[in-house]
Ligand binder design. Structure first.
Ligand SMILES: *[C@@H]1O[C@H](CO)[C@@H](O)[C@H](O)[C@H]1NC(C)=O
Ligand SMILES: *[C@@H]1O[C@H](CO)[C@@H](O)[C@H](O)[C@H]1NC(C)=O
Ligand SMILES: *[C@@H]1O[C@H](CO)[C@@H](O)[C@H](O)[C@H]1NC(C)=O
Ligand SMILES: *[C@@H]1O[C@H](CO)[C@@H](O)[C@H](O)[C@H]1NC(C)=O
Ligand SMILES: *[C@@H]1O[C@H](CO)[C@@H](O)[C@H](O)[C@H]1NC(C)=O
Length: 682
């Protein structure tokens, strides 16, 4: 009632606005003065447009009708029908570069604090995605193809029930009126920046959800785009539900607008006004607007001396900050603009790259933790020094392409920035650090067997994705426990993938260069220096062995004796007691069959002959128990003996290097420090 009164009083001033009532329906022809619960980067602009997102990267926004609705017939307990229609527009910051999209949402709560932006659309996170207790129904207008969720393309409409894996989806299109049986569909581009209309109608009696899309100036098409049987009984059951919108940006941004919205419970939503009567979208290009502002500002500035001095001071500050935040931007980078995150933002996020924010020093540079201003998203920023300009173009192209790789077992690259002699890579923040922390150097918390096995399976899935399932083959080239990171839910994710190419592009790299870490480098790689999927499998094998045995692949004992993990496991294998090679610190916490599987697989992947190693697809089959791991033959065992790949001496002969630098003697418990990284020319 208060609502209605409030809104009625504003109605006198604003003719556009219709009344939101508590009777089970509301209509907003524009949102000026509308009482919506908005959060994140969502806002209502003075013209009455609802902006779900703006230009803020990696941000999400929600807008919900403030009061919940009871979607259930109180006498029968069955779901009620509902219907909604809204006009929206997705305007990418840069034409043709797509952000993630928006969704109409029915949810038991308006609070989405735990959700993530980007592919999670501000609705879910890695853990909550797919959880039936979410009770979230969404109709997504999705503009990025996520293979992980079986997205059909990067321009589709989908029905999501508790999960980003749609129960039904179709490329954005609409049935042409008057076409034979209304079956001829015309394609639409969701990111065209043009206003479009969407209808979502649920028939509670037939338990059918229809979704219909059209350009904003076309009447409701005769045939829905999607029509799904959905029993929402248990779903809508307990308590009231909220209706609203969610939208999210990734490293690339789009402004997601809603121009008008109508909803009705147990009846047909009232049609909205013609689009010409709804708030209009801003036409002016951003750059134009800025230019125009300057044209007005400048004469004024010159005419008033006071202003002049302000400008001088301002300019001085500007120059100071320009120097402080200066970036390197070249013409060829223009097309990658959306993938860039400004140095200023990164500087602020990491509080000026303070030491307290340093997470550690990885293979390619120091890593800092930060919180991105605007979106409050936690990030990790890797500073990679790179003096050479050569090859930078190709490398940045590759970085941008790698930024599109998405998999739950890979650390997501969010964007990049460049300074003189420095490249900054921005990643999802992994709160639980790297896996080796839980294995080596007297860990505070020792990783249990089930988590180790889960990590092995996860990394196998991630690597299979890089090798075979993504659009191009991505080699990792430096797989090891310290490159495996654990997210908030202790999911293992492979970091730094694709980065090894940085060395290829550097100018100061000599002919013989091997990227990788001693003990993880395949023999053929140290001989010929050519990385292949097989050499990645070798690295994976070393990783599996170190995780299962709790020892580094290569160690020097205090006695000076070289200790090679492959040989060591092989010894146990020959004696028919391979399980005994496991990490003894696990005590009783292990599953013998899984340990055996892992160790046999680790050996198989460590085969000195590249072509005798399994592919990652086979590895995943072995790990799933679909196929038994083949044993090593007598012949194989002999080959292992004669071609020990990890002997430092052997490596030094083939690669001009000084690998034992800093490799002071270490006991079983205190293995080699990270400085044994082997990279020619550095
Ligand atoms: C986006 O919207 C938020 C919230 O209204 C605001 O704080 C932020 O400055 C806006 N960012 C941009 C880039 O417009
Ligand atoms: C609830 O169900 C009863 C029995 O089918 C029906 O008579 C009544 O109209 C329904 N109420 C609503 C609000 O749909
Ligand atoms: C994921 O979302 C759930 C439910 O919204 C929340 O409880 C949980 O803390 C979130 N997890 C992470 C890692 O953000
Ligand atoms: C419409 O889009 C679909 C899916 O993207 C595509 O397969 C089809 O060829 C397109 N049709 C036309 C007429 O462009
Ligand atoms: C819908 O689901 C509920 C319980 O989840 C069940 O009792 C009911 O029979 C189902 N209705 C139909 C039509 O399948």
């Amino acid at each position: 009632m208060v609502h209605a009164l409030l809104l009625l009083s504003s109605l006198a001033i604003i003719a556009h606005l219709a009344v939101a009532s508590t009777s089970g329906s509301f209509v907003f022809n524009g949102f000026r003065g509308a009482d919506l619960s908005v959060d994140g980067v969502s806002s209502i602009d003075p013209g009455g447009l609802l902006l779900l997102t703006n230009d803020t990267k990696l941000a999400m926004g929600h807008a919900f009708f403030p009061a919940p609705f009871d979607f259930v017939n109180s006498s029968t307990g069955s779901p009620l029908s509902f219907s909604t229609t809204f006009v929206f527009a997705i305007v990418p910051s840069v034409a043709d570069v797509k952000s993630h999209g928006l969704a109409f949402v029915v949810s038991p709560s308006k609070n989405f604090k735990g959700a993530h932006p980007s592919q999670y659309l501000g609705l879910f996170n890695l853990t909550s995605n797919g959880d039936p207790t979410n009770r979230i129904l969404a109709v997504e207008l999705d503009t990025v193809q996520n293979i992980e969720y079986d997205d059909i393309d990067d321009n589709h409409v989908g029905i999501d029930v508790n999960s980003l894996r749609s129960v039904n989806s179709a490329p954005a299109s609409y049935a042409v009126a008057g076409s034979p049986r209304g079956r001829e569909f015309k394609n639409l581009s969701l990111t065209s920046g043009q206003p479009m209309r969407l209808w979502v109608d649920y028939d509670g009696r037939e338990m059918r959800l229809d979704v219909t899309l059209s350009p904003a100036d076309v009447p409701k098409p005769p045939t829905p785009l999607l029509s799904s049987k959905l029993n929402l009984s248990s779903f809508l059951g307990a308590g009231g539900m909220y209706v609203g919108f969610s939208a999210a940006n990734g490293g690339v941004t789009a402004t997601n607008y809603v121009l008008g919205w109508s909803f009705s419970l147990n009846g047909r939503a009232k049609e909205l006004d013609a689009v010409s009567k709804l708030p209009s979208l801003p036409h002016v290009e951003r750059a134009d607007r800025r230019l125009r502002m300057w044209r007005v500002m400048l004469p004024v500035g010159f005419s008033v001396s006071l202003l002049l001095s302000i400008i001088v001071v301002g300019l001085a500050l500007l120059i100071r900050s320009t120097v402080k935040y200066s970036e390197v931007r070249e013409d060829w980078e223009l097309e990658y603009g959306p993938h860039r995150i400004s140095y200023k933002d990164l500087y602020r996020a990491t509080r000026g790259f303070r030491d307290e924010n340093m997470l550690g020093e990885g293979g390619f540079g120091s890593v800092y933790r930060g919180v991105l201003p605007g979106s409050n998203l936690e990030i990790a920023v890797k500073r990679v020094s790179n003096e050479s300009k050569q090859g930078m173009k190709e490398f940045v192209a590759e970085i941008v392409s790698i930024g599109r790789v998405r998999h739950r077992n890979l650390v997501q690259l969010l964007g990049y920035s460049r300074r003189r002699g420095e490249l900054l890579l921005v990643y999802d923040y992994m709160p639980n650090g790297s896996l080796d922390r839980y294995l080596f150097n007297r860990p505070e918390v020792l990783l249990g067997w089930s988590q180790r096995f889960r990590a092995i399976k996860g990394i196998a899935a991630g690597l299979l994705y890089l090798h075979e399932e993504w659009e191009q083959v991505v080699l990792h080239r430096d797989i090891k426990a310290s490159n495996v990171l654990l997210d908030g839910d202790f999911n293992a994710r492979l970091g730094d993938f694709g980065l090894a190419r940085l060395y290829d592009h550097g100018s100061n790299v000599q002919a013989t260069h091997v990227v990788g870490t001693l003990g993880y480098i395949a023999p053929e790689l140290s001989r010929r220096g050519k990385a292949t999927v097989n050499s990645d499998v070798y690295g994976f094998g070393a990783f599996v062995l170190e995780v299962a045995c709790g020892r580094r692949p290569y160690e020097i004992k205090p006695s000076g004796e070289e200790m090679d993990l492959v040989e060591w496991v092989l010894e146990f294998s020959k004696r028919g007691e391979i399980v005994e090679a496991r990490d003894r610190r696990l005590r009783d916490d292990y599953v013998a069959e899984e340990v055996e599987l892992a160790l046999r697989l680790g050996l198989l992947c460590s085969h000195p002959v590249a072509t005798s190693r399994p592919s990652m697809r086979q590895v995943v089959q072995y790990l799933n128990g679909d196929v038994p791991v083949p044993g090593l033959s007598e012949e194989d065992v002999q080959v292992f003996g004669s071609m020990n790949p990890n002997k430092i001496s052997a490596l030094c002969r083939s690669v001009a290097c000084d690998p034992v630098d800093g490799a002071q003697s270490s006991g079983d418990e205190l293995p080699l420090p990270e400085t044994t990284r082997l990279s020619g020319g550095r």
